[in-house]
Structure formats: C-alpha cells, structure tokens
Design a protein around this ligand. Structure first.
Ligand code: CUA
Length: 178
C-alpha cells in the first residue's frame, strides 16, 4: 500500500453541496454546447449544405470529360479552362495530383457543383474563403452555390494523398457575365 493512501471507505462519503452545484453547472453547460452545435449549423452560415451520392469513378470521369469537351475556351499549362453556361451542372475531378479542369464561372450566377475523386481521398479547400469538403472516391459531393466575387480562387488539397500532395493546387476563375 502506498504511504499516502487515504484511510477507510473514503469514496463512499455523501456528496458535498459544492460538488452537486459543480456537477449541475457542468451538465447544464454541456447541454448549452450541444444545442449551440446544432443551432450553429444553421445560424453560423459556415457549414455547407452539400449532398453526397454514390457514383462509379469512371462515370464521374466521363461526365467531367463531356463537360470539358463541350465548353473548353483555352488551355493553361496543359489544363483546360472551361466556361460552362450559367446555371449548369459543373464537374471537378480531384486526382493525384491535380484539380481538373480549371473552372471559369460567371459572377452572380448559380451553378450546381459536382466534385469527385477518381483515385484516393482528397480534401477540397477553396481559398481564401475557406470552403472545405472531404472528397472520397466512389462518391460525388454536390452543392448549389453562386459566386459573389470576381477573381482567381486557388483550390488546395488539405488531405494527404501521396507524394505530390503539396503540388495539388487548382483554380476557379470568377468573371463578370459575358
Ligand atoms: Cu490531394 Cu492531397
């Protein structure tokens, strides 16, 4: 027995009033935090209300390629820059180690975005607005959104996906409607 062990049935004493009060405070605070978490999903305007669907990676590639074939306006360093019509379905592939293609979107127009991986898990992170999504192979993340600012917005990968992870940088261009 250790020298400093308390004597007797020390754990079976009645609770003191102070303990009861602290337990009650901790419990109530836990409830406050729990409901704040739920409220914040709607009130905080930080979480995306995205949808996720199962899709074969080959089919996702096919749909992206069809969009790229139809709406490519130019190339930059071998990557097509695609200007799909406002209001349309737009596709973005995450793969080792690029975001493909470069999307050119019109300011103030709504699009339906499909983001999917054709190999491993990636992390979509749109800068500097800091919109984040986990991208899993076999699923597409779908969200409806409307760009509200013109400019060039980098996409980085924030999920380690292999040796070229740090090179996986893409871009979205937002331009004035033409
Ligand atoms: Cu893709 Cu890290």
């Amino acid at each position: 027995m250790a020298i400093n062990s308390p004597k007797g049935i020390w754990w079976n004493e009645p609770l003191s009033k102070a303990e009861v009060v602290w337990i009650a405070i901790a419990f109530l605070w836990g409830l406050v935090m729990f409901f704040t978490m739920i409220y914040w999903h709607f009130g905080g305007q930080q979480n995306l209300s995205n949808e996720a669907y199962k899709i074969r990676p080959e089919l996702f590639s096919e749909r992206t390629e069809a969009m790229v074939e139809k709406y490519t306006v130019r190339e930059e360093n071998g990557i097509p820059v695609v200007h799909p019509p406002a209001g349309s379905e737009v596709y973005l592939i995450a793969r080792q180690f690029e975001w493909w293609p470069i999307l050119e979107l019109e300011n103030g127009k709504q699009y339906r975005f499909h983001i999917g991986s054709t190999d491993v898990q990636h992390g979509f992170s749109l800068q500097p607005v800091n919109i984040n999504l986990q991208i899993h192979p076999g699923y597409e993340m779908v969200l409806t959104a409307e760009p509200n600012k013109t400019g060039e917005f980098p996409i980085i990968c924030n999920e380690y996906c292999g040796l070229g992870h740090h090179l996986m940088v893409g871009r979205v261009n937002v331009v004035e409607p033409q």
